[in-house]
Design a protein. Structure first.
Length: 165
């Protein structure tokens, strides 16, 4: 199936937006990582554009940001983790509902994928103590991503802009 020009442009824009939202970050020296708002864009993409776009935007956008920020060693992990996060959210979201238990579950599952993915990715490089030490900052990032997503999705729905997608 061929992708439309509109879909390609939307996906490209959202990928760039994910890079930008991820690059606006708060470094966490203890874990040599950072907290960012990129998760919100991944969740928005999953909610409004579906599985394929969410996988691409989450994986590629976040991995490119890792490279730009000097975390190239994490880019392969990020590519897989954030793509999986987008897929998980898109597979669960119920797009015709503003607030539903299913949509809350979609956010929780997607963010759990992110937290578990980075935990597993950190084990080989720093061991259990290092991996568990990164969990709190990933939880903060997850909560922030869900809150930002919720606000942006509500604003897009209320303004009617989502009808243009």
């Amino acid at each position: 199936m061929k992708a439309s020009i509109k879909k390609i442009c939307q996906t490209g824009f959202l990928t760039a937006l994910t890079v930008a939202a991820t690059m606006i970050h708060l470094p966490i020296p203890a874990t040599n990582g950072y907290i960012n708002a990129g998760d919100a864009i991944i969740l928005l993409t999953a909610f409004f554009f579906g599985l394929k776009s969410a996988a691409f935007v989450g994986g590629v956008g976040s991995a490119v940001a890792d490279i730009f920020l000097g975390y190239a060693n994490w880019a392969p992990f990020t590519l897989v983790i954030k793509a999986a996060m987008g897929v998980a959210a898109a597979a669960i979201f119920q797009r015709d509902e503003r607030v539903s238990l299913r949509n809350v579950a979609a956010c929780v599952v997607a963010e759990f994928v992110m937290i578990a993915g980075y935990f597993a990715g950190a084990l080989p490089s720093g061991g259990f103590a290092y991996a568990i030490g990164a969990v709190p900052s990933n939880v903060i990032q997850a909560i922030g991503g869900v809150l930002i997503f919720t606000a942006l999705a509500a604003a897009l729905r209320k303004s009617g802009v989502d009808k243009l997608f």
